[in-house]
Design a protein around this ligand. Structure first.
Ligand code: ATP
Ligand code: MG
Length: 329
């Protein structure tokens, strides 16, 4: 039996090139080596307020984008988290073995709660639900961006604590980062991670941005006061642009150095923009085809949920038995 891969994205805004280079590109590359489950984590998205109509639309848009980037629904499952109730059920059981102190020191909790007037409990619980998403499927590999590495460590801590309290139950999941592009930074502020939920029209490049918008955003990206690309003293903004070029083009580092050393920032930006545009064009075309096919995305989501539900239910059943909770069987 093949080991299982699990990963997810929140339908909390427009999917951007950070999500693609940090996570989805990796999913596509490794999907056939494993039994793969990719998830639209809508229960995570509502840890901060989402407009209901927009959220509903984003869920299907995201599913179509998963397909457009190359997730093969004949092989990999594409599921919506809230369509498989076992995610929330297991999350409660894991909540009960998780110390609050583990949660309150999470970097994402601190950053996201800072921006809220009232901090919802969901924001604190977020990593427990994420642990449940992964442990529910006994996933061995979790391909994510670098920002999720801390939550993965916590997932392992929770699994270990459960296993030691109740006996061996969960597979220990391994974090799988991409070789290049594990943390793409905001174009407007290269000190901050590119995020779906961050404000500012120049912050992120969405996968569905048209070419002229991509050009404009990259040409306006924050750089530094150096006259040209110098690999011995790269500013964060220039480094980010070079990473985007390298990750999209799958270029070796040496070749990137050779091409850009001494080049002015205007020319660098032009070349990065053209690389991004040419890599996103086929994906955008496929997205339009998929989105135009009535019922297709919904049928993939339904079939996938049916496929994975028995795995999820079996884990919940096992956890209940381990904990002494009531089961009918
Ligand atoms: P939000 O602002 O709503 O949290 P996000 O952009 O952080 O959105 P998520 O849905 O939280 O996106 O994360 C989806 C996946 O994309 C995760 O694997 C995460 O590690 C990865 N990811 C997110 N942002 C980046 C980034 N800037 N660079 C690389 N990977 C990223
Ligand atoms: Mg995030």
């Amino acid at each position: 039996m093949k080991a299982r891969v699990f990963s997810g994205v929140q339908p909390s805004g427009n999917l951007h090139i950070g999500n693609y280079l940090g996570a989805l590109k990796n999913w596509v590359q490794i999907q056939y080596d494993y039994e793969s489950i990719f998830c639209i984590v809508d229960l995570h998205a509502v840890t901060v307020y989402q407009d209901p109509a927009e959220l509903r639309a984003k869920i299907e848009e995201l599913a179509a984008l998963f397909l457009a980037v190359g997730i093969d629904p004949k092989h990999s499952a594409i599921i919506v988290q809230s369509a498989v109730p076992a995610h929330a059920e297991l999350a409660w059981m894991l909540t009960c073995v998780t110390p609050v102190g583990w949660l309150s020191r999470m970097t994402q909790f601190k950053a996201k709660s800072e921006a809220q007037e009232t901090v919802g409990d969901g924001l604190l619980q977020y990593p427990v639900l994420m642990a449940a998403d992964i442990l529910l499927y006994q996933a061995a590999i979790v391909p994510v961006g670098d920002d999720q590495a801390q939550h993965l460590e916590l997932t392992r801590d929770i699994a270990q604590r459960f296993n030691s309290l109740y006996g061996e139950t969960f597979v220990m999941p391994e974090t799988r980062l991409p070789t290049v592009g594990e943390r793409i930074m905001g174009l407007d502020d290269p000190e901050t991670k590119m995020s779906k939920s961050a404000p500012g029209s120049g912050h992120a490049i969405a996968l569905l941005d048209p070419p002229d918008v991509i050009r404009k955003k990259i040409m306006r990206a924050t750089t530094d006061s150096n006259p040209a690309v110098d690999f011995d003293r790269l500013g964060a903004g220039v480094r980010n642009l070079l990473t985007i070029f390298q990750a999209f083009g799958d270029w070796p580092e040496e070749q990137v150095r050779g091409r850009f050393t001494g080049l002015g920032y205007g020319e660098l930006k032009k070349q990065v923009a053209e690389m991004v545009i040419s890599c996103l064009a086929p994906l955008q075309k496929r997205y339009r085809e998929i989105a135009a096919e009535p019922g297709y995305v919904a049928s993939v989501l339904k079939q996938s949920a049916e496929r994975v539900s028995p795995i999820a239910d079996a884990t919940v059943e096992l956890v209940k038995r381990r904990m002494g909770l009531y089961t009918q069987r």
